[in-house]
Design a protein around this ligand. Structure first.
Ligand SMILES: Cc1cc2nc3c(=O)[nH]c(=O)nc-3n(C[C@H](O)[C@H](O)[C@H](O)COP(=O)(O)OP(=O)(O)OC[C@H]3O[C@@H](n4cnc5c(N)ncnc54)[C@H](O)[C@@H]3O)c2cc1C
Length: 564
């Protein structure tokens, strides 16, 4: 059976019935899989087939990815088989946290040339364009119904062109990388040469630009978000005539020598301007597609982790006594069970080491991997909500450890807990005065307790506090103030999840000038974003210059009032 799909190539239709499906796949021209689930004897007859089929459409090169990490490119939903034997797909695209009506064009980008070609084609076809990184954002910032560009294969560490840098620029801790390299791949590459990222979040599957442009952060009041480490960005955008425009954007005192750059790269316009640069860091892909960035790194280092469970009142006292700025520790972070008012305080210190030692808690490293267990916890949380406080207590207990030493990136990554099916919201509040942070935390504790007592709805994971240095990115959640990031992850099928997260965000937004994490669940509109970010107008001006054609607009830019 054959049919044409949006790739406009003849495609074979294959019902796979064995576990060794790759052995039986006809590859030429692309292939569609319909997985009949347990029904191995299924033979498609004319009609409609809904919900139980896993439909995957791959261009030939996607077969490679099927075997690798990017196997999430698939569509699930309605399949119609006409009496003429034609297969009609009416599906959505699922890619990690992204679920959208299938875009008009999907391309897998491997080089700058391909990027230029695909953006040109899309612009000519008058499609909107969105690059996607890991697809891990919970919000719809990476969504488009136009041209969807996978950037996972833009994954190289590039050589820095020292000849175009200003005289005297120290390049020892500068690295140039393609935008789609994952934090994991970059960490390993850097470690191999005795270097490391300055900081990262608790996960490493994001791409560097996907993380950077949503304000992704780790913890440490003297350490900025990933965006704060970027020095230069190479962005592809379109001019008013929808023709490709390549820009290299840097701060006013940027590292590049304008004359040398012009001579070497006449087609790439160098913009050295603080307003433009700090609009383009945390910009959620609104300024164009970023090809590569130059960022600061540092010498590699080892970390020691201690995680202590104690009453929230003890942690609170330590925070009020100045723990967040205590230089003995590289950083601290906190997990809180609001119902029992307990907490786990995490301390991480740089240490001299040559090999890992100690081990994280078995519950944290192993049990989180057991899908069935996660499912049972979810069921229990929904069917017996009053048992949730005890569940959270066990979860807290499961994170405790003592004296675990490992490479920085191994300690900073929280590990298998990242694979749990959660969605989360995270709010940024001013951490200049820790007393005010504590007040906000106690209001959140009351909010969750009230929701439990009045509606029997609970959060299904401890919530966390992390601390991040002020950032210059005009739409960075950490803009202009040292920040406490408060995150509430919830198992994704928790009853009442949306409303619980909404109440959490409302308390912090309305009473504590909170700003939501761009990559997490958020509701934001033009008036809110304007109120939260004093230099929003400057950001908008840059957006109107760089995205003059509107090619990179999407629902998020529209909601934020950027397109009006
Ligand atoms: C398990 C998990 C753990 C997490 N842990 C943390 C954490 O510890 N700290 C934290 O702050 N956040 C955390 N997050 C949030 C996450 O870091 C952000 O959502 C991040 O943006 C995801 O990166 P990504 O590569 O998946 O980007 P995507 O979600 O794919 O994209 C994010 C944005 O970047 C744009 N984009 C991506 N690549 C390009 C490009 N080349 N050019 C232009 N635009 C581009 C997209 O259009 C989109 O607007 C976590 C999320 C998950 C799912």
């Amino acid at each position: 059976m054959h049919f044409s799909n949006e790739f406009n190539i003849p495609v074979k239709f294959c019902v796979y019935k064995t576990a060794d499906l790759l052995d039986v796949v006809p590859c030429e021209g692309g292939v569609v899989f319909l997985d009949p689930g347990n029904n191995r004897n299924w033979n498609p007859a004319p009609g409609e087939y809904n919900t139980s089929f896993d439909v995957r459409v791959f261009k030939p090169q996607f077969i490679d990815q099927l075997l690798g990490r990017v196997a999430g490119v698939h569509r699930r939903g309605l399949v119609k088989i006409t009496p003429q034997g034609q297969v009609v797909l009416d599906n959505t695209l699922l890619y990690h946290n992204i679920e959208i009506s299938y875009p008009a064009m999907v391309e897998d980008v491997r080089s700058l040339d391909e990027l230029v070609r695909h953006v040109s084609t899309a612009a000519e076809r008058r499609l909107k364009v969105r690059a996607v990184g890991g697809g891990y954002s919970f919000s719809d910032i990476a969504h488009t119904d136009g041209c969807f560009l996978y950037t996972h294969n833009l994954n190289k560490v590039l050589s820095l062109d020292s000849d175009v840098l200003k005289a005297g620029t120290n390049t020892e801790n500068l690295r140039k990388v393609e935008a789609g390299i994952t934090v994991e791949t970059l960490n390993k590459a850097l470690w191999a040469e005795g270097k490391a990222l300055i900081n990262q979040g608790g996960y490493d599957q994001q791409t560097i630009f996907g993380a950077l442009c949503t304000g992704t952060h780790g913890s440490g009041i003297t350490l900025g978000s990933i965006a704060s480490t970027v020095r230069s960005m190479h962005i592809l955008t379109c001019d008013t005539n929808r023709a490709i425009r390549q820009v290299q954007v840097e701060p006013s005192d940027g590292i590049t020598d304008p004359a040398a750059h012009k001579a070497r790269y006449p087609k790439i316009e160098l913009i050295q301007d603080d307003d433009v640069f700090y609009s383009c860091t945390v910009c959620f892909g609104a300024m164009g597609v970023t090809y590569a960035v130059v960022m600061d790194v540092r010498d590699s280092y080892w970390l020691k982790e201690d995680r202590i469970k104690q009453p929230w009142s003890t942690t609170k006292k330590q925070l009020l006594d100045g723990l967040v700025r205590n230089t003995k520790y590289r950083h601290v972070e906190v997990l809180i069970n609001p119902y029992k008012e307990t907490s786990v305080l995490t301390f991480r210190e740089e240490v001299k080491a040559t090999a890992p030692s100690g081990q994280r808690n078995f519950i944290q490293t192993e049990l989180a991997k057991v899908a069935l267990l996660v499912h049972m916890i979810q069921q229990m949380a929904n069917s017996n909500p009053s048992g949730v406080p005890d569940l959270l207590e066990s979860a807290l207990e499961g994170t405790t450890d003592s004296g675990v030493i490992d490479r920085c990136y191994e300690i900073l990554n929280i590990g298998p807990a990242n694979e749990m099916p959660v969605v989360s919201s995270e709010m940024a509040i001013d951490a200049t005065d820790i007393g005010k942070v504590v007040v906000a935390v106690e209001e959140i504790i009351s909010t969750f307790k009230n929701r439990a007592s009045s509606d029997d709805r609970y959060i299904t994971s401890p919530f966390s506090l992390r601390f991040v240095k002020a950032d210059k990115g005009l739409l960075s959640m950490q803009y202009g103030r040292d920040t406490c990031m408060i995150e509430v992850p919830m198992l994704s099928k928790t009853y009442g999840l949306d409303e619980t997260l909404r109440r959490f965000r409302a308390v912090l937004e309305q009473k504590h000038d909170g700003r939501p994490h761009w990559g997490q669940v958020l509701e934001i509109d033009a008036s809110a974003v304007q109120k939260m970010y004093p230099k929003f107008d400057v950001f908008k001006r840059t957006y109107q210059q760089l995205n003059a054609s509107g090619v990179f607009s999407n629902e998020m830019t529209r909601r934020c009032g950027l397109d009006g």
